[in-house]
Write a protein that binds this ligand. Structure first.
Ligand code: UTP
Length: 287
């Protein structure tokens, strides 16, 4: 099950990083020199996805501008001899990769956002990426999940161990271990009340799902926080079909909140030769 379609649910309110996200969608806040969203887009393309579906609302229309060609700007950059920059802008989405924009009129939850993409998914297996979660791994997490889903034939999601005290913020997975990093999912509970989590393995925003999850989502009542929860649909799916959880080691930054966004910037800056010395100098001076 290698997905050709990737769904990016980006119609959330972004309350944890206000006021930065008041006029600029948080997905367009820069992490170094590109918008946060670009990292998840590249991860999806690297995993083989060719149709990128952005589920958004009227507050996020700037995302459409971001993926549109800026012909005048490209021409001016080219005329000024800045050919590499002009080419970078032109190839934001490589040849053969298409973007589709779908509206979620009401923020009824992540599961509902995925359901809004159903007409584009059109009965095919698909990936879901939450762009808030910036994951740095080699191979990229979505590629590892796609390989797993293809080899085993089933749905797959990425998980990571979190401290007990934080389990109530996540979808928490329980299941039967199949190897050091692999689990067959038996249950997934969205934002369990403190002390009730079935494990410490949290879903971290990367999924490969079969089209059979769509009819499950269609019938799903609201769950935690009164929202249609993707986790509840996956829990129902796991009763009928194999669902695997992969805990591949990765660096994970929750860029939907300030500490995560800042840490992601630092991590990536320290990997860039032209930035590393300046960042280290500031850190050393301020300690
Ligand atoms: P979150 O609840 O983590 O993010 O949703 P949020 O709502 O954007 O931000 P906060 O919590 O208020 O700071 C997880 C993902 O699901 C999407 C969000 O955009 C995010 O990518 N989502 C959530 C939707 O697309 N629609 C919804 O109705 C809810």
């Amino acid at each position: 099950m290698r997905p050709e379609v990737a769904v990016f649910p980006v119609a959330g309110l972004g309350t944890r990083i206000l006021p930065a996200s008041k006029a600029v969608p948080k997905e367009l806040l820069p992490v170094l020199d590109r918008p946060l969203l670009q990292y998840a887009v590249e991860e999806a393309i690297a995993a083989g996805c060719r149709t990128l579906v952005f589920v958004l609302n009227r507050e996020k229309l700037a995302l459409v501008d971001y993926f549109d060609r800026a012909l005048l700007l490209e021409q001016r950059l080219a005329a000024a001899g800045k050919l590499a920059l002009a080419e970078d802008l032109r190839r934001l989405l490589p040849e053969g990769v298409h973007s589709v924009f779908v509206l979620q009129a009401e923020p009824l939850g992540l599961g509902h956002a995925v359901l809004c993409a159903a007409p584009v998914i059109a009965g095919r297996p698909f990936a879901v990426l939450l762009p808030d979660e910036l994951l740095i791994a080699d191979p990229p997490v979505l590629s590892a999940l796609a390989a797993l889903a293809e080899a085993r034939g089933g749905a797959a999601l990425a998980v990571m161990e979190v401290p007990e005290a934080e389990t109530s913020r996540y979808g928490i997975v329980a299941g039967a271990p199949l190897g050091p990093e692999l689990l067959r999912v038996q249950a997934i509970v969205e934002k369990p009340a403190p002390g009730t989590a079935p494990s410490r393995l949290a879903a971290i925003g990367r999924y490969i799902l079969p089209p059979s999850i769509i009819p499950i989502l269609e019938k799903l009542p609201p769950g935690a926080q009164g929202e249609i929860q993707l986790s509840d649909a996956i829990a129902a799916l796991a009763i009928a079909e194999p669902v695997y959880a992969l805990s591949q080691p990765c660096e994970r930054y929750d860029c939907g909140q300030l500490a995560g966004w800042l840490s992601a910037n630092l991590h990536l800056a320290l990997r860039r030769e032209e930035l590393k010395a300046a960042v280290l100098e500031v850190l050393a001076r301020l300690r």
